[in-house]
Design a protein around this ligand. Structure first.
Ligand SMILES: *Cc1c(COP(=O)(O)O)cnc(C)c1O
Length: 433
């Protein structure tokens, strides 16, 4: 991957520390809890898998435990943050993270569950329009979800699922190929459902254009934003996306398995003819406890709520969202661009120094990537991965030979990136001996 190094950077401790001193977000690092390896804070590059715990998360959880202890069932109405509409505290702040109106955003359940529920409304195959366009080698849960939905509607996945393909020898999807596939499927296309950021390569899709072309052929367009929410700029309303869902435990730092977020375009709010699996938490808020026999949907995305809110799972998410609201996506993205560019520079520099053989498969173009760089380790493989982990770099491994590095801008420092580079170099050199 020999490339001309970017001259604005230097691969040195002094230079990394200078960037940290100039970083307007530097103080946030101290608001997160870092796992320790060999007694030292880990270099944590797996925020794309499970974000770190914000220190204030515990206060939010403790508050609910305390309210439960002191108020029992009365906590639903008389807690400081009452439980009966706890989920509504997210709409305003979360809508800014994903570029939506507050009424279009809600939190509930978990990601794959929400995608299933949203498909009940937005995958409605009829006549010859029954196909779903999705990416090849999508995240496995998405593959299982889509295939089971297709079978549930009585179709054969091999006919109903059209996978977007990469060209032979290429690591990323080309927009022109995505659009031509959607146009070819044309009036048979019921739904386009893709991950906004590919989990394996970190490629960011042009959601605006793909959504537009999906609509041109008459399809619904939904996005799995697991790797996008809290990572890249989203404008779901302006792009006129039909629906989207994301988990909150990756870049959004909400804690393991915690609640998912959903976007449902306001075009669908208050519509009577839309099929949906319903429950009491989606019923007209003011009449919810009258226990009336007939369902009256909330006039917002909250109509898709089913059960009463899992407040203990929502609490750390709300805490983390508080931090997102303070910082704002703009500032987060500015640091992300710089720290990822620095990581890329360090990788290229180490590669040059040790004459290694690894390849960054994430697009080099800043518009097409977020926080994650995926590195294909041609020769080195799993042994090097183990070495890095033992030396306190937390990163992840994907078969056949890829490490994913995500220096989350909220809490990673430029010094982390420099130190990672030194450990990587030592690891490669020790193997070459
Ligand atoms: C992380 C991830 C999931 C996880 O799904 P859960 O339902 O939260 O377990 C699903 N899809 C994608 C694309 C992911 O990256």
């Amino acid at each position: 991957m020999k490339k001309t190094p970017n001259m604005q950077f230097e691969n040195s401790l002094e230079f990394a520390q200078k960037l940290d001193r100039e970083d307007p977000m530097a103080t946030y690092r101290d608001q997160f809890l870092f796992p320790k390896v060999n007694g030292k804070d880990a270099i944590y590059f797996v925020g794309n898998s499970l974000g770190l715990q914000p220190k204030i998360a515990k206060d939010y959880v403790d508050e609910i435990m305390k309210d439960w202890a002191e108020l029992g069932v009365e906590g639903h109405f008389y807690a400081d943050k009452p439980w009966w509409d706890y989920h509504e505290r997210f709409s305003e702040k979360l809508s800014k993270v994903v570029g939506a109106s507050p009424s279009e955003v809600t939190v509930m359940n978990t990601l794959t569950v929400n995608l299933h529920l949203l498909m009940t409304s937005f995958y409605r195959p009829e006549g010859k329009r029954f196909k779903i366009v999705c990416e090849e080698k999508a995240f496995p849960s998405d593959q299982y979800m889509v295939a089971s939905q297709v079978r549930f509607h009585g179709y054969d996945p091999s006919e109903a699922i059209v996978e977007l393909k990469k060209r032979d020898g290429e690591q990323n999807f080309r927009l022109e190929d995505i659009l031509s596939t959607i146009r070819e499927v044309g009036e048979e296309c019921a739904l386009v459902l893709i991950g906004g950021v590919n989990y394996y390569t970190g490629q960011v899709f042009d959601m605006k254009t793909i959504t537009k072309v999906g609509h041109e052929v008459g399809a619904m367009v939904g996005w799995d934003l697991a790797h996008a929410a809290g990572n890249i700029e989203l404008q779901l309303s302006d792009w006129d996306v039909d629906f989207a869902a994301w988990c909150s435990y990756k870049y959004m730092n909400s804690g393991p398995g915690n609640a998912s977020g959903c976007f449902i375009n306001k075009r669908f709010h208050g519509k009577k003819d839309i099929p949906r699996f319903e429950g009491w938490w989606g019923h007209n808020k003011d009449r919810r406890f009258l226990m009336e026999p007939e369902f009256q949907p909330e006039p917002t995305a909250n109509a898709w709520q089913i059960s009463n809110a899992p407040v203990l799972s929502l609490a750390p998410y709300l805490a983390s969202l508080q931090l997102f609201d303070e910082v704002g996506m703009k500032k987060l993205i500015a640091k992300r661009n710089q720290i990822v560019a620095f990581l890329e520079y360090v990788l290229h520099d180490i590669d040059r120094q040790v004459d290694s053989n690894f390849e960054v498969i994430t697009p080099a173009n800043q518009e097409e990537r977020g926080t994650q760089l995926s590195v294909f380790l041609h020769g080195e493989g799993k042994e090097l991965f183990r070495y890095l982990m033992d030396q306190g770099v937390m990163l992840d491994w994907r078969e056949p030979n890829v490490i994913r590095l995500a220096p989350a801008p909220f809490y990673c420092s430029y010094e982390d990136v420099f130190r990672f580079g030194q450990i990587l170099k030592e690891g490669i050199l020790s193997k070459q001996k």
